[in-house]
Design a protein around this ligand. Structure first.
Ligand code: HPA
Ligand code: ZN
Length: 337
């Protein structure tokens, strides 16, 4: 990882990569939000929706994120949302994606779980049949809602188990530690789901929450997780267990004023399975390749480091060994070519 040029930007765009941390609702671009509002006769601001350039931390972002979902009502709306994301992702070199969705943000407004998931699924099938990317769904529970609602959402998901690969935990972390949801996640595991949880940057108790993910819940992956660098033993344990961390540089920049690119570099050097992702790209100003480019420029990552990040994304993905090997070959052939 010598300090060197990351090469022409098209190397990054063309690098086969996997997106592991993107909230489909966070891919709702302002133009699509306005189109959906018109479709449903909801008010559209004069001149159209404008998104702020920065946010005052996670809670400020979340308020706007949930408010913007009002136009997502029908199966077709969810189709349009996922189809638009998958089209951009393909052009950013994403060949496979594991996609978060927040069913409670919709069922609370009276949208049936099935309408959400059928719309998303139809877009996934269409994208896979027309140039990719392939994708899978991760059903997230809202940690700032009661545990009982997470349990009910898990129940509702089971009818669609074949389309859902795992469960996640997102929304406001303050006062809502991983351990609070341990029983729901244990049941999700027994239903065959893979497990991931957000440990957002700059949270009260970040390091304790990361340890809970490992030792209380037994997650397969952690979303964000950058605060691990405060605890040497934790970094070593993450590296030893090869737990994937889905770091989101442009999210960090827009919420906390720093890309935390130096943390990505440090985690690479310490053999943690770190990956680079886009979180809520319609709010944070960039998709998968944009995030890689931002980190590469800021931390002076060379091509070898970029290839390592692309390989890590597939190593951390919940793929069968055969599919993982095929994607890794694709990366290696691209890097050699
Ligand atoms: N953290 C927590 N909740 C979220 C996020 C995030 O990064 N994005 C969408 N919901
Ligand atoms: Zn997130």
């Amino acid at each position: 990882m010598a300090a060197a040029s990351s090469g022409p930007p098209d190397f990054i765009a063309g690098l086969p990569k996997c997106e592991l941390h993107v909230h489909l609702e966070g891919t709702l671009e302002a133009a699509l939000a306005d189109l959906l509002a018109e479709r449903h006769g909801l008010p559209v601001p004069d001149g159209g929706t404008v998104r702020p350039a920065t946010f005052d931390g996670l809670a400020d972002f979340l308020t706007r994120y949930y408010a913007a979902m009002a136009g997502l009502r029908t199966e077709q709306d969810f189709y349009d949302l996922a189809a638009a994301y998958l089209d951009v992702a393909r052009r950013q070199g994403v060949v496979y994606a594991e996609l978060f969705f927040d069913p409670q943000a919709h069922t609370a407004r009276g949208v049936p779980f099935g309408d959400v998931v059928r719309g998303l699924r139809r877009a996934q099938v269409d994208a896979a049949a027309s140039g990719g990317p392939d994708s899978a769904l991760i059903c997230c529970f809202l940690r700032d809602e009661p545990v009982e609602l997470a349990a009910a959402t898990l129940d509702a998901s089971l009818e669609f188990k074949d389309w859902i690969l795992g469960v996640g935990l997102d929304s406001d972390e303050r006062g809502n530690p991983p351990a609070k949801f341990a029983a729901v996640f244990e049941r999700a595991r027994s239903e065959g789901y893979r497990l991931t949880m957000h440990c957002d940057p700059r949270q009260e108790g970040s390091v304790a929450h990361l340890w809970q993910c490992l030792d209380v819940v037994g997650v397969d992956r952690i979303d964000h997780g950058v605060e691990c660098v405060a605890d040497d033993r934790l970094v070593k344990e993450l590296a030893r267990r090869q737990i994937g961390l889905t770091v989101c540089p442009l999210s960090n920049l827009r919420l906390y004023g720093t890309l935390m690119a130096d943390v990505v570099r440090e985690l690479l050097e310490r053999d943690v399975l770190v990956t680079v992702n886009s979180d809520d790209p319609a709010y944070f100003g960039g998709y998968a390749a944009d995030n890689l480019r931002a980190v590469a420029d800021d931390a002076h990552l060379d091509r070898a480091a970029l290839v390592r990040l692309a390989r890590n994304s597939f190593e951390a993905a919940w793929l069968t060994q055969g599919r993982r090997a095929a994607y890794l070959r694709q990366v290696d052939e691209y890097a050699a070519g």
